[in-house]
Design a binder for this molecule. Structure first.
Ligand code: FE2
Length: 485
């Protein structure tokens, strides 16, 4: 046969597993290009990165907006104080009431801790009243700074640099009877603004930090929720690939993932049906193959009427011995086929030699022992049968190295060949030959024990004797059935 059942089974499995193998190959290529992070981690990471960036930008914008709001509020308060003093200072300035003007600027200075100074100056910039009395009578000099704005009532707001930081300087005109008499200057230091800004900034960052932590937890939970059906789908694919379970996967929703799971369940069911059919075909082919091998073995045995059924008996005895020493079911199947083939080379041995009633002369003996190498040549023509060659070639080797064709000894002799040698020898002893009658099982076992060591493996013979004795104790004695090899 061109293919044995194992190859056919392998073809069936490859056919069934092709999609998963292709997916596996594609997966390897994908993993080669990307880092092997879980999908859940990637989704959570993406959400966290987006939230972090968004929170950071929003924090900066919020801080900026709050800073501008606080600055405007402080400037408005300074404007209100300046206008209030200006409204009250008109008459005092016209009447040169210095005591009244002093009262105004001191009250303003005392009203708010962030008022740096307050002053009333004339149109020609002479200081009439100043919260710092040492400035009274001096010329008010305008410090350098930036103009922040000018109001419709000619109030000017500037930010100027002071020795201990910047201040907002508000200059409100003093108008009395529609005549501008001078101006009130109120300076508000920025320390309050800076403190307020720091407070607001800290609170905003705390709030966004809390949002970020809660968002991260939520994103991990969300990712787990999204990934769950995908993970179960992946696990289902793996289970189907390993043949562990064919139960349909649970469908969580009617969305794209749900439809994908539904399609997977249908595909899985189809593949299971196909796999079942292919397995049945493989079993049928295996049975057909073994049947054909039995026919071939029977045909070989039929060349010599004395060896009728020899190969089948050797196979049965070898398999019992193989079972006793713990061979696997696969090994036992291979052993059985090897036994059926062990004398296949005799198909080339002339009938005159096979059926010769007496002993063989030297040329005939040489031709007879050639059957092992003829068997090798036959099996070598079919790749699927080559694995049986060691057993066929070496089943006439001896433990002491005096066998044929290679004179192997001890552990160099393949196990299957040693097993066949025990069963083959026993069957030859317990079947009739042209020149002698068959030995009884008891006699044959004694003979086996005698030649164990130099010819046969002693440990296998010991096990074999136990098997036969056990069979004799539980059933009728075995009868002779023709000549053996
Ligand atoms: Fe043989």
């Amino acid at each position: 046969m061109a293919l044995n059942f194992r190859q056919l089974n392998r073809i069936a499995l490859v056919t069934v597993q092709s999609p998963s193998r292709l997916a596996k190959g594609a997966g390897r290529r994908i993993r080669a290009g990307y880092r092997s992070l879980s999908l859940r981690f990637k989704i959570a990471l993406f959400v966290v990165v987006v939230m972090t960036c968004t929170s950071f930008v929003l924090s900066l914008l919020t801080v900026e907006i709050m800073n501008n709001y606080l600055k405007n509020e402080i400037i408005k308060r300074g404007e209100a104080i300046g206008r209030s003093i200006a409204a009250s200072a008109g008459y005092s300035l016209l009447s040169n009431d210095l005591l009244g003007l002093d009262n105004l600027v001191f009250k303003a200075k005392a009203s708010n801790a962030d008022i740096e100074y307050a002053a009333v100056v004339t149109s020609d910039m002479q200081i009439r009243a100043h919260s710092d009395m040492t400035q009274n009578g001096k010329v008010f000099s305008l410090p350098p700074g930036n103009l922040l704005g000018t109001r419709s009532d000619a109030t000017i707001i500037r930010q100027v640099d002071a020795s201990d930081g910047s201040v907002f300087e508000i200059t409100a005109p003093v108008v009395f009877m529609n005549k501008t008499l001078g101006s009130v200057v109120v300076a508000v230091n920025t320390s309050v603004l800076l403190a307020a800004q720091a407070e607001v900034r800290t609170r905003i960052f705390i709030v966004f930090g809390i949002i970020l932590v809660l968002g991260t937890i939520a994103s991990v939970l969300l990712a787990s929720f999204i990934i769950r059906p995908i993970r179960e789908l992946s696990a289902g694919v793996n289970r189907m690939k390993d043949g562990v379970s064919k139960a349909p996967l649970k469908i969580y929703s009617d969305d794209e993932l749900g439809k994908l799971t539904l399609n997977f369940n249908e595909m899985s069911s189809t593949i299971a049906r196909q796999q079942s059919k292919l397995n049945k075909y493989a079993r049928d082919l295996e049975e057909a193959y073994v049947s054909i091998v039995r026919v071939v073995a029977a045909a070989i045995d039929a060349k010599d009427p004395y060896t009728h059924g020899h190969s089948a008996r050797v196979a049965a005895l070898s398999v019992r011995l193989g079972e006793a020493i713990g061979l696997s079911s696969g090994e036992l199947k291979d052993l059985e086929v090897a036994c059926l083939f062990h004398d296949v080379g005799k198909i080339k041995t002339p009938d005159a030699i096979l059926r010769k009633p007496g002993g063989l002369d030297e040329p005939e003996y040489e031709e007879m022992i050639q059957h092992v190498e003829d068997g090798v040549a036959i099996l070598d023509k079919a790749p699927s049968l080559r694995k049986y060659i060691p057993a066929v070639r070496h089943h006439h080797e001896r433990q002491d190295g005096k066998g044929y064709p290679d004179g192997l000894s001890g552990e160099d002799i393949p196990l299957f060949a040693s097993l066949i040698a025990v069963a083959d020898t026993f069957d030859a002893m317990t079947t009739d030959r042209p020149y002698r009658k068959a030995l009884s099982e008891e006699e044959a076992l004694r003979e086996l024990v005698r030649i164990a060591g130099p010819k046969l493996r002693a440990d296998l013979v010991a096990v074999f004797v136990g098997i036969i004795n056990e069979g004799r104790a539980s059933g009728p004695p075995r009868t002779a059935a023709g000549h053996a090899s």
